[in-house]
Structure formats: structure tokens, C-alpha cells
Design a protein around this ligand. Structure first.
Ligand code: BTN
Length: 245
């Protein structure tokens, strides 16, 4: 990862460009970084506030030998890597809010966007985008979702080198990805659970229009959240089902 890096001062979205490169057949491991993005994209067509050079905005292309149902594992792996990176340079203990947000003190510090393309039995490519709030001291009140945003600087009063953070991210990703390719999802899942937001707590969710509650007990191999009701009956949740707050 990162043997080939395209670094821009300003483009619309690293994700859009990485998807284009992937479709054109680029090698896996290509990383696209932009100091600023004029049209950063979040999940579900939301905007991502990144028209500033205080955060890390990058996307990379992978071509793993996976089936489409395994693609969510890449998001979970990436979240675990981001936790390790933040823990390596600060005293902070970020939490992963399933499936793709990183929180510090309930506030969002990073988001992950995974877009995979493939057929029933294998994926052609996966493009993973990360947005990490690093040196911002305030946020415009835009979408930044329904909850508040924060940055490493707000949480620590320190300014961080983005170049060093990017290097750290790429090297941590590389090593965890190797573990994933050789040992599978189990070791990743274990690390993920160590930082999971609200693991062991009661969640409210809606399945087929019916509101229910259950304890968040585990993560499934296809990246679903598993909840257990008071009859010990387990249920798998997809991201649309859940209402965190
Ligand atoms: C989310 O939380 O909704 C995901 C946000 C992902 C943002 C990153 S920033 C780099 C890459 N380029 C984009 O346009 N989006 C992702």
C-alpha cells in the first residue's frame, strides 16, 4: 500500500478519483491524497466537510480475493487501523461506532467510506476512503451528521504532522491487512471488539418496521452487528436498522 501515491493540493474528491483509477485498471495499493476536497463525499450521498487542509483526506484501491459479502470486513479493518494509529500518537481511546465512524467522547473524529465493485463470487476492487479530522479547531455547522465532530487537536491541544500520520496509517494498514489475508477476519474482529462503541449495552433498533431493543453482543463475519434479546434470541442487524441515540 502506498508504493504509488498521487498527492494533490485540491481536487473534488479522492474517492471519485480512486474509483475512476480502479475502473481504469490501476494496480492495487494506489493511494490518492488531497490536501483539500471541494466535494468530499460521506456515506449515503452526504457531504463530507473537507474543504480545508486540517484533516487527512485519502482513498486507496485494493484488489483482494474476496466475495462481495466480505467487503464490509474491510471497513471494520480500516476502523481498527485508525484506532491503533490514534492510540500510537495520543493517550486517546477512540471508539468505533459500527459500522464506520470513529468517535472520541461521543464526537466524530473520522469516517470511512468503502465502495466495492464485483460479481457474485469475487470483487474486482474495493476503494476505501478515510477522512480523519486532525488539526481543525472548529467545524462549520454543515452535515457533520446529527452529532458533533471533533479533531485530534481539539482533544489534545496538540498539532499533528499530517505526513507522519499518513505514513503511520499506511504502515499500520499494511501489517493488519497482511494478518487479515493470511489469518482471516477472526483476529481483526477481536481487535475491533476491543474498541467497539456501546458493546454490551442495550440498543434500540427497528426490523421490518417493528421497534425492538437488545444487547449488542457480537459482530458477525459478514460485518453485521449481533444483538440478543432477553430471551437470548440473537438477531443480525444491518446499518439501516439501527438508531444509536
Ligand atoms: C462518512 O462518515 O460518511 C464517511 C466519510 C468519508 C470521507 C472521506 S475523505 C477522503 C475520501 N474522499 C471522499 O470524498 N470521501 C472520503
Amino acid at each position: 500500500l502506498g508504493k504509488q501515491i498521487e498527492h494533490y493540493q485540491m481536487i473534488d474528491s479522492t474517492q471519485t478519483l480512486a474509483l475512476k483509477r480502479a475502473q481504469e485498471g490501476c494496480e492495487q495499493g494506489l493511494v490518492i491524497i488531497s490536501d483539500k476536497q471541494t466535494a468530499g463525499k460521506g456515506r449515503r450521498m452526504r457531504e463530507w466537510d473537507s474543504n480545508n487542509d486540517d484533516g487527512i483526506w485519502l482513498s486507496f484501491v485494493l484488489r483482494p480475493n474476496l466475495i462481495p459479502a466480505q467487503a464490509p470486513q474491510l471497513t471494520l479493518l480500516t476502523a481498527t487501523v485508525l484506532v491503533k494509529v490514534i492510540e500510537a500518537i495520543t493517550e486517546l481511546k477512540p471508539k468505533i461506532k459500527w459500522p464506520n465512524d470513529l468517535l472520541i467522547d461521543q464526537k466524530k473524529v473520522a469516517g470511512i467510506l468503502t465502495q466495492a465493485q464485483g460479481e457474485h463470487d469475487h470483487i474486482h476492487y474495493a476503494v476505501i476512503g478515510i477522512g480523519l479530522n486532525v488539526n481543525q479547531i472548529n467545524f462549520q455547522l454543515t452535515e457533520m451528521q446529527t452529532y458533533q465532530a471533533t479533531s485530534l487537536k481539539i482533544e489534545t491541544n496538540q498539532t499533528f504532522s499530517k505526513t507522519e500520520l499518513i505514513q503511520l496509517f499506511l504502515s499500520h494498514f499494511e501489517s493488519l491487512y497482511q494478518i487479515y489475508l493470511t489469518e482471516g477476519f477472526a483476529p481483526i474482529k477481536q481487535k475491533w471488539l476491543e474498541s467497539a462503541y456501546r458493546l454490551g449495552e442495550q440498543l434500540c433498533f427497528k426490523v421490518n418496521g417493528v421497534e425492538k431493543t437488545g444487547i449488542f453482543v457480537d459482530l458477525s463475519d459478514d460485518g453485521c452487528l449481533i444483538v440478543e434479546d432477553d430471551q437470548q434470541k440473537r438477531e443480525k442487524l444491518y446499518s439501516a436498522d439501527i438508531n444509536w441515540f
